[in-house]
Design a binder for this molecule. Structure first.
Ligand code: ZN
Length: 102
């Protein structure tokens, strides 16, 4: 496939990911397990099409257990001022993600 064709696919997949993330957020309240399904679908697309997620999207879910990260509910956020970092800890599986900020 030529480069342009690939670009079209990627932008279609990107739109799909945004939709899925939206669905996952909508499903989270009453059907947390359904939101996990959406997240796992997102993760499959990301890996298959090598999609680059935005920083915000990356912090929207746990890439280990596919839980939607809702601050105070499913993720614990801690500031590490000495290292200029924010720590995201998944409350479900304990996966920790560190984001540096300036
Ligand atoms: Zn997790």
């Amino acid at each position: 496939m030529d480069k342009r064709g690939k670009k079209v696919i990627k932008s279609t997949v990107r739109t799909r990911i945004e939709e899925l993330l939206h669905e996952a957020r909508a499903a989270f309240r009453g059907h947390a397990e359904r939101s996990e399904r959406y997240i796992s679908l997102i993760w499959k697309l990301v890996q298959k099409y090598k999609i680059r997620l935005t920083k915000e999207e990356k912090l929207s879910f746990c890439k280990r257990c596919f839980t939607l990260w809702v601050p105070g509910k499913t993720v614990q956020i801690a500031f590490d001022q000495r290292h200029h970092a924010v720590m995201y800890k998944c409350k479900k599986c304990g996966f920790t993600r560190k984001m540096l900020y300036k």
